[in-house]
Design a binder for this molecule. Structure first.
Ligand SMILES: Cc1ncc(COP(=O)(O)O)c(C=O)c1O
Length: 474
C-alpha cells in the first residue's frame, strides 16, 4: 500500500461509488463499480493504491506525452503557483500564457498565430465553432452556419462539441444542438465496400463532402471539422491524400477547415502538429489540448489564422466583441506546465524519438494480426488500434463485444497493462518516451489478453470460432 494514501483501497472505492460521477458513466453499474485506484506513476507506468504497477497503454486519455512523475514539472508548477497562481485574462495579461501563445504560434503551420486558451479539448472545439459562427455574422453572412462533421468523429462533451461528434453511441439519451451539424460517412478504409480500392474509397469520401456542401448550399456551409486521425472512433486513418483533397473542396466553396488536433498534436505523430507535417494541410483553425501539458494540468487551445482574425478585426470589426471566454483562459499554472512539457520534449528530443521508434511500434502491433479475432490493426505515430471482431460487421452482438472488451481489459490488467477498450477496439497511446523493450512488454501482454479473452468466450459457450477463422496451431 502506497504510504501517501491515507485511505484504504476499499474506502476509496466505496466513496467513489457514492459520490464521483465519472465521464461516460454506465448507469447500469452506477454505485457498484470496482475501479482501479490510481495512486502513483513513473514514466509509462501507473501504480494503483495496492502498489501494483501497470503499463498505461492508453497514456491516461491520450495525454501523458512526457510520462508520469517528472520532478522538474512539479518544480515548474509549484514555482508558478507561488509566483502568479492566477490573473484575470478578461482585463490583465501575464508572461507565461503570452510566451506559450508565441511558442505555439511558432509551431503551428501557415498563418495560424492567434491562440485562444481554453480549459480542455471540448472548450477548444466549442471556441472554434463559436468563432466560425461569430466570424460569419460579423462578415454579414448570418446564413453561413452549417458545419459538416463525420461519423465516428469525437470532438468533446460540451453541448456544441458533443453535437459535432458522430459516434451515435455517445448521443444515446442526450439532446444535441439542432440545425447546425450535418454528418458525412467515416473515412475508414477497413469498412469500404468490397471490391473498392483505397483510392476509389478516398475519392468517394471526398465527393461525399462536396456533394453535401452543394446539397446544403455553399452559402449556408460555414465549416468542415475533422480530426486528422479519428482517435476515439478507433484510430481511423483516412486514405493518403484525403485531407488535402477535402481542404481543396473547402477552399473551392469558401468553407472553413477546422483541424481537431486534440489528440494528434504535441508529438503523438512525431511532430508538434500533424496537420501540415503529416497530412500536408494548412487549415484555418486548429484545436488542441491533452498532450499540451502532458496531462499534468488541464489546458486547451484554439489557434486561429491571421487571415480569419484580420477579416473581423480593427476597421472590419464593426465594434464586435468575441464574447467567448473562461475564468481559466490562459491559466498561468497550466501554461507554465505546458511550457515545461514543451521544454522537456525539446531537450530530450522526444519528437525525434517518436519518429525513430514508430516503425518498431508498427511492426510489433502488426504482429497481432495472426490472432483469429483480430479484424483490423491501424497505427500511425505512437497511436494504434487493435480491432477485434467476433463475426462479420453488423452481425456480432454489441453485448458480446462489450463482454469481450471487458475480458481483454481484465486479463491485460492482471498481467500489468491498462488497455481500456472502446467496446471491441483496443486503443493504445502510451507516453512518448516508451522504449523498444517496453513496447515488447506491452504487446506481449496485449496478445495474451486478447487470446485469453477469446478462450474464455469459447469456454463459457458464449462464442464459437467460425471454421474460416480457426488456425491449426490454435
Ligand atoms: C479529437 C478530440 N477532440 C476533443 C476532445 C475533447 O477533449 P476534452 O476531453 O479535453 O474536453 C477529445 C477527447 O478525447 C478528442 O479526442
Amino acid at each position: 500500500m502506497n504510504s501517501k494514501i491515507k485511505h484504504t483501497t476499499k474506502d476509496i472505492i466505496e466513496k467513489d461509488n457514492k459520490h464521483f460521477l465519472h465521464p461516460w458513466e454506465g448507469l447500469g453499474y452506477f454505485g457498484n463499480n470496482e475501479r482501479t485506484v490510481a495512486a502513483g506513476g513513473e514514466g509509462i507506468y501507473l501504480t494503483d493504491s495496492d502498489g501494483n504497477s501497470y503499463i498505461d497503454g492508453a497514456g491516461g486519455m491520450w495525454c501523458t506525452q512526457i510520462g508520469y512523475g517528472r520532478q522538474e514539472m512539479a518544480d515548474a508548477i509549484s514555482e508558478q503557483v507561488m509566483k502568479t497562481a492566477y490573473f484575470s485574462p478578461f482585463n490583465l495579461t501575464c508572461d507565461v500564457p503570452t510566451l506559450l501563445a508565441e511558442k505555439i504560434a511558432q509551431m503551428t503551420p501557415g498563418d495560424l498565430n492567434t491562440v485562444f486558451f481554453t480549459t480542455g479539448g471540448s472548450t477548444a472545439v466549442d471556441t472554434a465553432l463559436r468563432y466560425v459562427s461569430f466570424y460569419n455574422n460579423a462578415k454579414g453572412r448570418p446564413n453561413k452556419k452549417k458545419v459538416i462533421s463525420r461519423q465516428d468523429a469525437y470532438h468533446g462533451s460540451t453541448f456544441l462539441a458533443a453535437s459535432a461528434s458522430g459516434k451515435t453511441r455517445d448521443k444515446s439519451y442526450q439532446d444535441v444542438a439542432s440545425g447546425i451539424f450535418s454528418f458525412i460517412g467515416s473515412p475508414n478504409p477497413f469498412r469500404r465496400p468490397k471490391g473498392m480500392s483505397i483510392e476509389e474509397f478516398r475519392d468517394a469520401k471526398v465527393k461525399e463532402l462536396e456533394d453535401r456542401i452543394l446539397e446544403l448550399g455553399p452559402e449556408n456551409v460555414a465549416a468542415f471539422i475533422a480530426e486528422p486521425i479519428l482517435a476515439s472512433g478507433g484510430v481511423i486513418i483516412p486514405p493518403k491524400g484525403y485531407h488535402k483533397m477535402c481542404l481543396e473542396v473547402c477552399r473551392k466553396h469558401d468553407v472553413l477547415y477546422i483541424s481537431d488536433e486534440v489528440v494528434t498534436a504535441f508529438g503523438r505523430l512525431g511532430y508538434w502538429f500533424a496537420s501540415e507535417e503529416v497530412f500536408e494541410i494548412v487549415p484555418d483553425i486548429i484545436t488542441s489540448a491533452k498532450g499540451i501539458t502532458s496531462g499534468y494540468l488541464p489546458l486547451g487551445a484554439c489557434i486561429i489564422s491571421d487571415k480569419l482574425m484580420a477579416e473581423v478585426s480593427g476597421k472590419e470589426s464593426n465594434d464586435a466583441i468575441f464574447s467567448n471566454g473562461f475564468t481559466f483562459s490562459g491559466h498561468p499554472v497550466a501554461c507554465a506546465a505546458a511550457l515545461k512539457s514543451i521544454e522537456i520534449i525539446e531537450k530530450e528530443k522526444i519528437l525525434e524519438h517518436v519518429r525513430e521508434i514508430e516503425p518498431y511500434w508498427a511492426k510489433k502491433v502488426s504482429e497481432l494480426a495472426d490472432i483469429p479475432i483480430v479484424g483490423d490493426i491501424r497505427t500511425q505515430g505512437l497511436m494504434a488500434c487493435v480491432e477485434c471482431l467476433l463475426g462479420p460487421e453488423n452481425e456480432s452482438s454489441l453485448e458480446l463485444d462489450y463482454e469481450m472488451g471487458s475480458r481483454i481489459d481484465k486479463h491485460c490488467q492482471e498481467m500489468g497493462l491498462i488497455v481500456r477498450p472502446f467496446i471491441n477496439m483496443n486503443v493504445m497511446s502510451p507516453a512518448l518516451t516508451i522504449t523498444k523493450d517496453q513496447i515488447d512488454d506491452m504487446f506481449t501482454i496485449l496478445r495474451k489478453g486478447i487470446e485469453n479473452a477469446m478462450h474464455d468466450l469459447i469456454r463459457d459457450g458464449l462464442w464459437e470460432m467460425p471454421a474460416e477463422l480457426a488456425v491449426s496451431d490454435f
